[in-house]
Each structure stands twice: as structure tokens, then as C-alpha cells.
Design a protein around this ligand. Structure first.
Ligand code: FES
Length: 108
């Protein structure tokens, strides 16, 4: 299992807000919503749109793909609305020692 990697400071993101970061050559969108931090692959599973440019919905706990509007759950990456039907990958996040740390999923 990969280690947690420090990617940003909490003050780097407004709430709501997002930030594109690179973690071990993967593009990850960090999201701050309702006081919580989330990390998803920066890839919409409909047609590869960049979720990092999407609108964050705090109440719905989603981010919307800017290309055709599919919404993804911030915590699980599940596709919540069409035209996406498959989840994007969600990653573990923690805040410690003044840093946001991400551990990539989908790797051994
Ligand atoms: S590429 Fe994201 S909804 Fe189409």
C-alpha cells in the first residue's frame, strides 16, 4: 500500500474550492467542501473531462464535470448523474502537521 504524501496546505484551498495537484505522476483534484478535504482522480469517466475545473456543491457533496455536467460524489467518486455512469477513483486524505496528505488508491 502506498504511503501518504503531503500535497498542499489547508490554507491553499478556499471552502468550497479545489486545487489540482500531481501525486506520483497522477493528476488529483483536491477538494475542500464543508470543512472536509477530499481527493479524486482529475478524470471524468464520461469522456475524460478535467474535474478540477468543476463546480463544487457543498450541500450535495459533489463536483460537476465542466464539459457535460456529470456529478461525482466527493467521498466515494461515485457517478451521481448522467452522462457519467462509472465512478472516478477516490483517494484517502488526512490533515496532519499543517499539511494535506493523500494516499493513492488503486495501487499495491
Ligand atoms: S466529459 Fe465529463 S460529463 Fe462528459
Amino acid at each position: 500500500m502506498p504511503d501518504f504524501i503531503a500535497v498542499a496546505r489547508p490554507s491553499d484551498l478556499s471552502d468550497p474550492g479545489s486545487l489540482l495537484v500531481e501525486v506520483e505522476e497522477s493528476l488529483i483534484v483536491l477538494i475542500h467542501a464543508g470543512g472536509q478535504f477530499y481527493a479524486l482522480d482529475d478524470v471524468c469517466t464520461h469522456d475524460g473531462g478535467p474535474l478540477s475545473n468543476g463546480e463544487v456543491d457543498v450541500a450535495g457533496c459533489t463536483i460537476a464535470c465542466p464539459r457535460h455536467g456529470a456529478k461525482f460524489d466527493l467521498a466515494t467518486g461515485a457517478a451521481k448523474t448522467m452522462p457519467a455512469t462509472k465512478p472516478t477513483l477516490a483517494h484517502e486524505v488526512k490533515v496532519e502537521e499543517g499539511q494535506i496528505w493523500v494516499r493513492l488508491s488503486g495501487q499495491d
